[in-house]
Design a protein around this ligand. Sequence first.
Ligand code: NAI
Ligand SMILES: O=C(O)C1=N[C@H](C(=O)O)C[C@H](O)C1
Length: 265
Amino acid sequence: MTLKIIVSGPRGRMGKEAINMILNEENMELVACIDRINNGKMLADIDGMPDVHVPIFVDSKQCFESIKADIFLELSIPDVAFTHTVNALKNGLRAVVGTSGLTKEQIHDLKILAFEKELGCIIAPNFAIGAVLMMQFAQKAARYFPDIEIIEKHHDKKLDAPSGTAIKTLDMILETREDKEQGHPNEKETLQGARGANQSGVHIHSVRLPGLIAHQEVIFGGLGQTLTITHDSYNRQSFMTGVKFALNKVNELTELVYGMENILD
Ligand SMILES: NC(=O)C1=CN([C@@H]2O[C@H](COP(=O)(O)OP(=O)(O)OC[C@H]3O[C@@H](n4cnc5c(N)ncnc54)[C@H](O)[C@@H]3O)[C@@H](O)[C@H]2O)C=CC1
Ligand SMILES: O=C(O)C1=N[C@H](C(=O)O)C[C@H](O)C1
C-alpha cells in the first residue's frame, strides 16, 4: 500500500529533510503541503524545493477537504500545529506530529478526538532513537537518584522553551521518582530565573545558541557521585529514521500515542 502524505512546514529545516525522505521511499507519496505562504503554487515553483508537482495550501481545512490522503505530517510551528492536526483528524487522516510546544490540554484534546475517530495519531517529542533511549535511561535512573536537573540546548531559532523533549523527559522521570524538593530549603534566586524552571522540584534549564542543533543532558546527583545521561543530534537526519517509522506505524493505530517509546519494539 502506498501512503499518501501531506506535510506541513515544507520549507522548514525538518520539513525539507522529511520531504526528501518521503520522495525516496517506495511506499510513500507526497500529495500536498501546507505552508504559511505560496497558496495555489506547486512545490516545484518554490526555489530550493524538489521538482515535484505537489500543490501548496495555506488553509489546512481546505487542503484536507480537497486532497485525498492517508497521513498528515506536522512539522511547522507551535501556534498552528494543534489546529492543523484537529483538521486532519476531523477529515479522516491519521497524524504524525513532530512540532513541539503543544500544551498538555491540547494533547489531551487530540487524544479524545483520535479515540472518537478511531484514528492513529503519534505525537513524538523527539524522533531520534538515541533521544528516546536517553529518556528511558533517565526514567530508570530517577528511581535511584531523585535529585535531577535537565539541561536542554538548542539552536537559537527555536520558538518554544523548554523543548518538547525536556518536558517529556520530566513526565517520564516523574513516573518513577519519589516526591522531593531539591536544593536548599532556604534557597533564593538573587537573579530571577537563575535556577531555571521548576516542576515538582526538578529544574529545567534551556540554552539557545547558534551552532547548536538539539542536545540534552540529564544530571543526577547522589552521595559522592553524579550520573549524566547525554544525547546530541548533530543534524536533522538524526530524526528521519524515527519519522519514517512513525509514518509507517501510525497506519496500524486507532488511537493517539504520545512518545516514540510507546511504539518502538
Ligand atoms: N519531534 C522531533 O524529533 C523534532 C521536532 N522538531 C520540531 O519541529 C518543528 C519544526 O522545526 P524546524 O523545521 O527546525 O523549524 P523551521 O523554523 O525550520 O520550520 C518551520 C516551518 O514552518 C513554516 N510555517 C509557519 N507557519 C506555518 C503555517 N501556518 N503552516 C505551515 N507551515 C508554517 C515556516 O514558514 C517554516 O518554514 C519545531 O516545532 C521543532 O521544535 C524539530 C526537530 C526534531
Ligand atoms: O526545535 C528543535 O530543533 C527540536 N525540537 C524538539 C524538541 O522541542 O524537543 C526535538 C529536538 O530536540 C529538536
